[in-house]
Design a protein around this ligand. Structure first.
Ligand SMILES: Nc1ncnc2c1ncn2[C@@H]1O[C@H](COP(=O)(O)OP(=O)(O)O)[C@@H](O)[C@H]1O
Ligand SMILES: O=C(OP(=O)(O)O)[C@H](O)COP(=O)(O)O
Length: 481
C-alpha cells in the first residue's frame, strides 16, 4: 500500500512545482458542463454563457492529498499490487490500466496533470521491482481513430515524472505492439495508444480483451475514474489475466470512499449540495443509511422547501421531485439522522454574477428572486454541527460558487473542512464540483482524500459496485494466529 508520509503528496507522490502551479480545468467538471448545459438547469441566454466561461475559468484542480489510508472492513477487499511479492513482479509483463484522461488545450498541452501524477506510484513500484510496464488508458470519447485523442502528448510528462523515457506504441494491439513489448527492458514503460480507438473497448468484446491480455503476464487496474465502466481494458481483460489486482490509487479511493464511509469514525457527517436533488437521490439515500448528520445545500434545497409548503420565488425547483423530498425528510427522521436544511439563503434578482442580492430567512423568499447560496446563519449552524464530527464527506457545492457573490457558503464549508482536517477529522471530497471549490479556496492539500473520479465516486457513494473493481482478485484472507 502507498503509505502516508508528507502532507503535500498525491497518493504518495510529492507535489511537483508544475503540479502546484498548474491551475486548470477539472476534467470531470468541464465535461459535466458540456453534458449539462445550464439552460437545462433552467438558466437562459447570456447568463448561462457567462457562467459557462466563468465556471471553466475558475475550475482549478491540482489535487494534492495527504495519503492516510484507512483500510475499513468494507473497503472492497481486493488484492493490491502491494500484495504481490518481488518475485511475482521481476521480469513480468504487467498490463496497467490507468485513467490518463487529462484535459488538453487546442495545442495539445496538458492543462491538468493530476491523473498522470496519481498513476505514478503504482508504475514506479512496478519499475522498482523489475517489471515491464505496459501502460494503457483512454482519452476522451473518440469514435474510431482520432489523432486529437492520441496519448502521444502525455509521453513527455509521463517520462519526466517517471524519470525514464517512456516508449509510445502507435496502437494498443497487434504485431508492432508485440515487438515493442518483446524489447521492453525490466523497469521499462510502454504506453499503448488510446484503447477507445477500437469500438470493441467500450463494447467489452472478449476477443479484443483477449488481445490486450495476450500482451502481458498479469493485470493491475489503477483507473479509478473509469472503474464504473465495464470495458475491455477495465473489466474484460481480467478474465484472461491472473493475477488481476488493484493499483495504489484505486485502493486508496476505495479505502476512503467505501472503507471510511462504511466504517466511519463517528459522528459522521455528510454534506450534499449541487444543482438538483434528482442527480443526488442515490447518494442521499445511501448516506442516510450510514451518517449521523446530513447537511443539505445547493440548488436542491428549494425542492425540499417547496415540498414543505414554503415560497421559493424563482429558485431552481424540480416539481416532479416534491414527494421524493418529503420522503427523504421522513426517512432521515425515521433513521435518527439529523438532517439540516439551511435556515437562511442569499437570493438574487437574476441569475448573473452582478445580480442584486440580499440575505433572507429560507421561509421568506420573495417572488421574482432566486436562492443562489446558503446564508451566514446556515453557515454557522452547519459549522457548529461539523464541530462535533470525526468523519465528513462532501459532495456538491452549497451555491452557485462560480459567481464570487454566491461562493461564500461553499468557500466557508471548504475552509471549515480544512480546519477540521487539521484537528484530525477525516475529510473526504467526493469528486465533481466540490473538488473545484476546494481547489479554488486553496485548501486541497490538507484534506484526507480528494477523489480523482467524478462519475465513479458518485456511483461508489450510491453504494454501487464498480465493474472494474469487482472483477479484480479478492485479497487473501488474513491468517489467524
Ligand atoms: N442555488 C443554486 N441554484 C442553481 N444552481 C446551483 C445552486 N447551487 C449550486 N448550483 C450549481 O450546482 C452545480 C453543481 O452541481 P452538481 O453537478 O450536482 O454537483 P457536483 O459536480 O459536485 O456533483 C454548480 O454548477 C452550481 O452552480
Ligand atoms: O473523466 C472521467 O470521468 P468523470 O468525468 O466522471 O470524472 C473518466 O475518465 C471516465 O470517462 P468517461 O465518462 O468518458 O467514461
Amino acid at each position: 500500500m502507498a503509505s502516508a508520509t508528507a502532507s503535500h503528496t498525491l497518493c504518495g507522490i510529492p507535489a511537483t512545482s508544475s503540479s502546484t502551479t498548474n491551475k486548470v480545468i477539472a476534467p470531470s467538471s468541464a465535461r459535466f458542463l458540456a453534458k449539462t448545459p445550464l439552460r437545462r438547469l433552467g438558466f437562459a441566454g447570456a447568463a448561462a454563457d457567462s457562467l459557462f466561461t466563468n465556471h471553466v475559468a475558475t475550475k482549478l484542480r491540482s489535487i494534492k492529498s495527504s495519503s492516510k489510508p484507512v483500510r475499513g472492513v468494507a473497503s472492497m477487499a481486493k488484492k493490491s499490487v502491494g500484495d504481490l511479492s518481488a518475485a511475482e513482479l521481476k521480469g513480468k509483463k504487467v498490463f496497467v490500466r490507468a485513467d490518463l484522461n487529462v484535459p488538453l488545450d487546442d495545442n495539445q498541452n496538458i492543462t491538468d496533470d493530476t491523473r498522470i501524477r496519481a498513476a505514478v506510484p503504482t508504475i514506479k513500484h512496478l519499475m522498482a521491482n523489475g517489471a515491464k510496464v505496459i501502460l494503457s488508458s483512454h482519452l476522451g470519447r473518440p469514435k474510431g481513430v482520432t489523432p486529437k485523442y492520441s496519448l502521444a502528448p502525455l509521453v513527455p510528462r509521463l517520462s519526466e515524472l517517471l524519470g525514464i523515457q517512456v516508449v509510445k506504441a502507435e496502437d494498443c494491439i497487434g504485431p508492432e505492439v508485440e515487438k515493442l513489448v518483446a524489447s521492453l527492458p525490466e523497469g521499462g514503460v510502454l504506453l499503448l495508444e488510446n484503447v477507445r480507438f477500437y469500438k470493441e473497448e467500450e463494447k467489452n468484446e472478449p476477443e479484443f480483451a483477449k488481445k490486450l491480455a495476450s500482451l502481458a503476464d498479469l493485470y493491475v487496474n489503477d483507473a479509478f475514474g473509469t472503474a464504473h465502466r465495464a470495458h475491455a481494458s477495465t473489466e474484460g481483460v481480467t478474465k484472461f489475466l491472473k493475477p488481476s489486482v488493484a493499483g495504489f490509487l484505486l485502493q486508496k479511493e476505495l479505502d476512503y470512499l467505501v472503507g471510511a464511509v462504511s466504517n466511519p469514525k463517528r459522528p459522521f457527517a455528510a454534506i450534499v449540495g449541487g444543482s438538483k436533488v434528482s442527480s443526488k437521490i442515490g447518494v442521499i439515500e445511501s448516506l442516510l443509511e450510514k451518517c449521523d448528520i446530513l447537511l443539505l445545500g445547493g440548488g436542491m434545497i428549494f425542492t425540499f422547501y417547496k415540498a414543505q409548503g414554503l415560497s421559493v420565488g424563482s429558485s431552481l425547483v424540480e416539481e416532479d421531485k416534491l414527494e421524493l423530498a418529503t420522503s427523504l425528510l421522513q426517512k432521515a427522521k425515521a433513521k435518527g439522522v439529523s438532517l439540516l436544511l439551511p435556515s437562511d439563503v442569499v437570493i438574487a434578482d437574476k441569475f448573473a454574477p452582478d445580480a442584486n442580492s440580499k440575505i433572507v430567512p429560507s421561509s421568506a423568499i420573495p417572488d421574482g428572486w432566486m436562492g443562489l447560496d446558503i446564508g451566514p446563519d446556515s453557515v454557522k449552524t452547519f459549522n457548529d454541527a461539523l464541530d462535533t464530527t470525526k468523519t465528513v464527506i462532501w459532495n456538491g457545492p452549497m451555491g452557485v460558487f462560480e459567481f464570487d457573490k454566491f461562493a461564500v457558503g461553499t468557500e466557508a464549508i471548504a475552509k471549515k473542512l480544512a480546519d477540521l482536517s487539521g484537528k484530525g477529522v477525516t475529510t473526504i471530497i467526493g469528486g465533481g464540483d466540490s473538488v473545484a471549490a476546494v481547489e479554488k479556496v486553496g485548501v486541497a492539500s490538507v484534506m484526507s482524500h480528494i477523489s480523482t473520479g467524478g462519475g465513479a465516486s458518485l456511483e461508489l457513494l450510491e453504494g454501487k459496485v464498480l465493474p472494474g473493481v469487482i472483477a479484480l482478485d479478492e485479497a487473501d484472507a488474513p491468517v489467524a494466529v
